[in-house]
Design a protein around this ligand. Sequence first.
Ligand code: CMP
Ligand code: CMP
Length: 397
Amino acid sequence: MSNAEIPEGLKELLQGFTVEVLRHRPPNLAEFAVQHFTRVLENQKNEQQDGTPSTTSAGKEGTFENVSDKSGENDEEEEEKETPRFTRNKPRRVAVCAEAYDPDDDADDNSEPQVVHPKTDEQRQRLQEACKDILLFKTLEKEQFSEVLDAMFEVLVKPQEHIIDQGDDGDNFYVIDRGVYDILVEKDGAGVCVGKYNNKGSFGELALMYNTPRAATIVATEEGALWGLDRATFHRLIVKNNAKKRRMYEAFIECVPLLKCLELSERMKIVDVLGARAFSDGERIIAQGEKADCFYIVESGEVKIMIKTKTKAGQQDNMEVEVARCSRGQYFGELALVTNKPRAASVYAVGNTKCLVIDIKAFERLLGPCMDIMKRNISQYEHQLVALFGSSDDLKH
Ligand code: CMP
Ligand code: CMP
């Protein structure tokens, strides 16, 4: 067994299959395997017929692009690299077998040409402002971040315009410059609005990260502007960076008690979308009363939770009292997201502290299974407040 040779391509083939199984959770594994590998085989045959060199892998990037070639899209994509134009309404790509998601594969890292869309100073300033809080960019090195900014292109949108349609293949990732966008997910054949983006945030990362069909429809409700990042650049910079993130955070995430109830694949998806932030001693991380847009897990250091005290007449004064502390592996900032209320307390770093940050949309999508645990833990806050103030009215609003 020790000298058994692993055939070339086996790792990619099995990885591709495993990702698909985790994604679809098919009731019949054997049947699913037959369908999956039949598609892989068909793609390989297509590649060979086209005369394009067949990758030994199970439908990696090469396979996907080759299928696009057949519909004549490649010429268009060549053009795109020079002309900053929006290609959202291209004909649908042929749905092909998902490329194996292998963020560890560093091959061809530098073979993709760097995309640069020239921008005016005013555009660059707006772009930087729009991207400064995008968590997916937070763990990039400075140079990679600057490459991302170079590659982004402005997209002006009209009211009722569909930016993304559920079920399509992914072309671009989008960062919001301005505008309000509805998120619709199909239920029983009808689009149900499950949320909104209001003048900030980003969307369209899922299909590009996992090579899955678009998971939701995104519609502009008013005139707006977006910054697009093409699939190839997203893959080269963000997906590759995710491999690094997985290596850095996988072991830590395994030990976070809150996340124990998740499957391994769900925990990995959390790692893919999280950002990291460092705070210095005394720095305020959350301000009581503010609107919430993210949730935190302490990676190192400590934070203290402070609540404004009240006068005898029940008015808040500017004094704060410490109600709790959180250290490595513990979370905070979930309450406002669970209750849809403003932040119930302020949170400060105690010493140099690092936190992992998950944005509200990913929180809703990925942490659903942890909701019961979080709700149960909220009753502890009530006890703390009753002990300090004699009531927990602030949590009820
Ligand atoms: P993607 O699947 O590429 O395209 C649709 C995008 O909508 C998706 O990536 C996410 O970025 C975003 N989105 C926001 N909320 C949801 C949700 N509840 N389910 C799926 N996608 C969502
Ligand atoms: P959130 O209200 O989003 O922001 C402040 C966070 O402090 C809150 O979520 C909780 O995660 C955390 N917290 C810890 N103890 C308390 C408490 N007694 N009351 C309110 N928030 C608390």
